[in-house]
Design a binder for this molecule. Structure first.
Ligand SMILES: Cc1cc2nc3c(=O)[nH]c(=O)nc-3n(C[C@H](O)[C@H](O)[C@H](O)COP(=O)(O)OP(=O)(O)OC[C@H]3O[C@@H](n4cnc5c(N)ncnc54)[C@H](O)[C@@H]3O)c2cc1C
Ligand SMILES: *[C@@H]1O[C@H](CO)[C@@H](O)[C@H](O)[C@H]1NC(C)=O
Length: 309
């Protein structure tokens, strides 16, 4: 039913833009009437579903962590600012893309479970957002009615120096991770992206490459465990999800498989001091020759040296 309603909504919207070329006011007015009728049908249907969705959430959340504090609807004063804060592609933000019907700013793992269960039950799509750096804005836009599950509150970083491992919640950023590791020990690090505001949730499900790439490979090479909410709202670790799913979520784009609550990673050794410098060359100063030379020498350099062009 929803699919049909949405389907009729789109072409009518398009017709609504076109009628000037018809020059037939009667056709225009009946087209507009149909548009209005279909919009009101769609929205009342959505409102009922949405109402049921909101009512469903507390029943599936941990009682000691009321989910009401995590629910933002457009009438909440902070809705718009929270939406925009991690909608990093301004081209998508400024265009007339549809907004979510709600943002669930999960404060507890059970809030993620409840969102999955209730959204599925009441016909809403879930878009999961950690750092909001998706190039196409897939974590905060959709063409169907949707809720955003925003992970930024789940951002703890738990480092165990005995095992040289860390549990990192999805909402933590790469910069926070680097900082927390350096705080503990200057001779450890983690191979991830250059940008320091990437969300660990999305970043580690993609690949994760950066300045330690030559020496240590990719972020996903160093993941040893994960906490994943599946489509039925159950929480899994590596053992209960099985090796096939664990393999798939490291590089396959996580949203097809579930919601990542946290990743467990192995830290790597780094020298306490590194030297970093930038050389700038214009084309007139021989930048083309430099790029050519770089391609020849880069693969042969010692692994402790990283040159980026
Ligand atoms: C300015 C910039 C610099 C970048 N630099 C680098 C770099 O140096 N190295 C590199 O490897 N990559 C880099 N990237 C790419 C970046 O790693 C990816 O865009 C990554 O997906 C961003 O993750 P996020 O959590 O910030 O984004 P989000 O937009 O929050 O999420 C990205 C995707 O993952 C999904 N997702 C997010 N969180 C979860 C979760 N908890 N569970 C399930 N699904 C989830 C989203 O729905 C979306 O589809 C860069 C991107 C930008 C915009
Ligand atoms: C948003 O507003 C609703 C009432 O419309 C309220 O119940 C809820 O607690 C508010 N959310 C937050 C996070 O303040």
């Amino acid at each position: 039913m929803r699919a049909a309603a949405l389907h009729s909504y789109k072409p009518l919207n398009h017709e609504n833009n076109a009628p000037h070329s018809f020059g037939n006011m009667k056709a225009l007015s009946s087209a507009v009437l149909v548009v209005l009728l279909s919009i009101s049908l769609v929205s009342s249907h959505d409102q009922i579903d949405f109402h049921h969705f909101l009512r469903c959430l507390p029943a599936h959340s941990h009682r000691s962590f009321p989910i009401a504090e995590a629910i933002l609807v457009p009438s909440n004063s902070s809705f718009q600012s929270i939406y925009q804060l991690r909608a990093n592609n301004l081209r998508i933000l400024s265009s007339a893309t549809s907004r979510p019907v709600a943002i669930i700013t999960a404060l507890h793992p059970s809030h993620a479970q409840a969102t999955v269960i209730c959204a599925k039950r009441h016909g809403l799509q879930v878009r999961i957002r950690s750092g909001g750096h998706d190039y196409e804005g897939l974590s905060y836009t959709s063409s169907v009615p949707f809720v955003i599950m925003d992970m930024f509150n789940l951002n703890s970083i738990d480092i165990d120096m005995r095992t040289k491992t860390a549990w990192i919640q999805a909402g933590a950023t790469t910069g926070e991770l680097y900082y927390r590791i350096a705080e503990k020990r200057k001779v450890h690090g983690f191979p991830s992206g250059v940008c320091t505001t990437l969300g660990i949730g999305g970043h580690l499900s993609g690949v994760g490459y950066g300045v330690l790439m030559r020496k240590y490979g990719l972020s996903i090479d160093h993941i040893i465990d994960a906490q994943l909410v599946d489509a039925d709202g159950r929480i899994h670790n590596r053992r209960s999800m099985g090796e096939d799913v664990f393999w798939a979520i490291r590089g396959g784009g996580i949203t097809s498989f579930g919601v990542i609550l946290a990743w467990r990673v192995k830290l790597v050794r780094v020298p306490p001091k590194v030297t970093v410098f930038t050389v700038q060359r214009t084309l007139d100063q021989g930048a083309t020759e430099l790029a050519y030379r770089w391609q020849q020498v880069a693969p042969k350099l010692p692994k402790n040296l990283f040159v980026r062009l």
